[in-house]
Each structure stands twice: as C-alpha cells, then as structure tokens.
Design a protein around this ligand. Structure first.
Ligand code: P6P
Length: 316
C-alpha cells in the first residue's frame, strides 16, 4: 500500500494538526498544476496588468494560484489567516477565525518562468497564532522567527508534481501519482549531501553585490570546484540543492540592499527544510535565517542555503 500524505499524522507532536493543512496544500498543488497545463490556450499566461506589493508585475496565473491556495486553506477548517506574497495585508479566514494556525505562502514563485515553460513552485510555512483564538488574527501572528515554524515545504511544478515538506521529523518528498490521483511518498528522509553539488546564483549581479560577496564566491569556486546551475526559480534551484548538495544564494546588492527574497514565505520555509535535512541556512556569517526576528510581512533578506561546508566556506 503506497504511503500518502496521511503519514504526516504520525510524525511527532505536530503531525496530527499539520496533516490536514499539508493535504490542503497538496489539493491546491493539483489544482494549480491543472491550471498551468494548457494555460496558454486559455490566455492565462502573461501579465495581469497589476502589480503585487513588491511592485512586481503580477502574472494572471499568480492571482489565480493565490485564490486557489486561499480556498484550499479555508477548506481545511484549521487555518485562521494567510499571509501571501500576492496580498499586501494578512488575509483573514472569517469562518475559522478561532483556529490556531496561520499559513505564509508564495503561491506561485518563479512565475516569470512560465513564458518559457520553466519550473515554478508554491512555498509555504505554518505557525501557531500568538493572539487569543477569541480575537481576530493579526499581522503580528505572522511575525515569528523560523524557530517557531511548525511545518514548511514546497510544491514543485516540474516534469512531475512534487510536494516536499517537514513537520520537524525529517524532510520527505511526495510525488503526485496520476494513476491513483494522489501524492505518494517517493523521497523519504531527504538529507542534503555534505559535499559536491553546485553553486546556484544569478552571477550577472556580481559587480553589484554587497559585503565583498564577489570575491567570497570566487574563493569558493576556486577551493570547491563546484559546478554551476541556475534556473531563476527558487523552488527548482532549492530542490536541486537539497538533492545534489552545494549552495543556493541571493546576496544583497546595490539594487536590493536588504536582499531580494522574502523572509516569511521564501527564506524561512526553505531554511526550515534545509536545517531539517542537515544543512545550513544563513543571512550572514553570524545570523541563521531561522533566527531573524521578522519586522514586516514582506520583508526581504539575503540568503545562503545549502550544504553546511559550502555555506561556511563561502561566508567564513
Ligand atoms: P533573479 C523569482 O522571481 C524569484 O523570486 C525566485 O524564485 C528566484 O530565486 C529569484 O526571484 C530569481 O531572481 O533576479 O535571478 O531573476
């Protein structure tokens, strides 16, 4: 009998509460995957003519994916609010405003790759609200460090549909099986290789990097002999790093002086997975991503994630 997402209920203290939420993420992934397949025939590709809170062009499909994700979180009956890259404010789920759980999400990360049929992903994390269940959830419920995360993961829309997640009891990968129409365990106990793999970065920014990162990366390249791979879609680049080892980085630069990637729904979920897979996730030489105290829903940070030796070699 294949192992399904139901197994999460048996994973430690948090498993039972997290299973229905992660199953909701899986349902959203299946629906978004269907949306992506053949989107071109429905005119769903291309820009929506609006901007997200980051001032970035929203793809039509970003907005549709955000709606699907919110709806599936509502259908779990256990989520009181969702903080989304696509929404300036925290989205309340009124019918379940008394529930314990708040979900942070980038519903369709890397969507600018859709025009070239590249891989994209959904990135999520779950925290327990700090406000009383008798009150309405508040954005302060989202401003918790990665050490408070109860579950995190991503859906990868690639040649196959995958859901990789952790509730603190190891990292496990599930692949959607079209024959049974459900996610089945395909990558149990994922552990990042200690050596080998690739460095993964947009090197075209190297001349603008801050903190001497240009020379630090040159030193890493010279000493490690790592190959280079870069998709420009965080979920795809992080999935390869998790499987093959190496390092994914997006340093701060003159254009993005606090970094480009978002703390709450990109850096922290990926940092939680990488640490649970035996790797290292840093914002700087002396600050782990999971130790950053968030100040804003859409806050950005520099990120260095991967095999411990590669991250430590780069950052010193
Ligand atoms: P650049 C996609 O827009 C994204 O948020 C991540 O998925 C990806 O890692 C990064 O930005 C790519 O940024 O500047 O290299 O295009």
């Amino acid at each position: 009998m294949p192992v399904t997402l139901n197994r999460i209920a048996k994973e430690g203290a948090n498993g039972p509460a997290m299973m229905p939420i992660i199953q909701g993420v899986g349902r959203a992934g299946i629906e978004i995957s269907a949306l992506l397949r053949g989107a071109v025939f429905r005119g769903a590709l291309g820009v929506a003519g609006s901007e997200n809170v980051q001032g970035e062009q929203q793809q039509k499909i970003d907005i549709l994916s955000d709606e699907i994700f919110l709806d599936e979180m509502r259908s779990t009956g256990h989520v009181c609010a969702v903080g989304s890259e696509e929404q300036e404010e925290l989205l309340m789920i009124d019918e379940y405003s008394h529930s314990d759980w708040v979900v942070l999400v980038d519903p369709l990360d890397g969507s600018s790759n859709l025009d070239i049929d590249g891989p994209v992903g959904t990135i999520f994390s779950v925290v327990k609200r700090k406000t009383a269940s008798s009150e309405m959830p508040h954005v302060s419920d989202t401003l918790q460090s990665g050490r408070e995360v109860v579950a995190a993961g991503y859906v990868l829309f690639g040649p196959s549909l995958m859901l990789v997640c952790s509730v603190g009891e190891g990292v496990h990968g599930y692949t959607f099986n079209p024959n049974s129409a459900r996610f089945e365990l395909s990558h149990p106990d994922m552990s990042i290789p200690a050596t080998g793999g690739y460095y993964s970065v947009n090197e075209s920014n190297a001349d603008k990097w801050l903190d001497g990162m240009g020379s630090k990366l040159e030193a890493l390249k010279e000493s490690s002999g790592l190959g280079m791979r870069y998709v420009g879609s965080m979920v795809a680049d992080m999935h390869r790093t998790l499987l093959k080892g190496g390092i994914f980085l997006y340093p701060a630069d003159e254009k993005n002086s606090t970094g480009k990637l978002r703390l709450l729904y990109e850096a922290i979920p990926m940092g939680y997975l990488i640490e649970n897979a035996g790797g290292k996730a840093s914002c700087s030489a002396d600050l782990a991503i999971l130790d950053v105290e968030p100040e804003g829903l859409h806050q950005r940070v520099p990120v260095y994630l991967g095999s411990t030796s590669a991250v430590e070699k780069l950052l010193g």
